[in-house]
Design a protein. Structure first.
Length: 91
């Protein structure tokens, strides 16, 4: 519904604002197949909102289909943790 989407957008905006104010992450994103980072500038907040809402709704859709979202999230989390560990091994 529209109310649910509005609350998701509001929460995502709050998270994006808090992360931007309380960390030194900046507005750049790094893609593995490009040499340089992409500075999103003012489009960083809409990008974060889109990614957060898409992720939440994808998990809700998956969980609604078969109820196995917990297992899928654990697999994805472990995969991302392994990638992050491998990326930091050279540092």
């Amino acid at each position: 519904t529209m109310q649910k989407l509005s609350l998701q957008i509001a929460f995502a905006l709050l998270v994006a604002y808090c992360v931007q104010q309380n960390t030194d992450l900046g507005t750049e994103i790094y893609l593995p197949f490009l040499k340089n980072s992409i500075d999103l500038g003012i489009m960083f907040v809409p990008f974060v909102v889109l990614v957060m809402i898409s992720s939440v709704n994808a998990v809700n859709l998956t969980d609604g289909l078969d109820g196995l979202a917990g297992g899928l999230i654990i697999i994805a989390m472990l995969s991302f943790a392994l990638i992050a560990y491998i990326q930091n091994m050279g540092s």
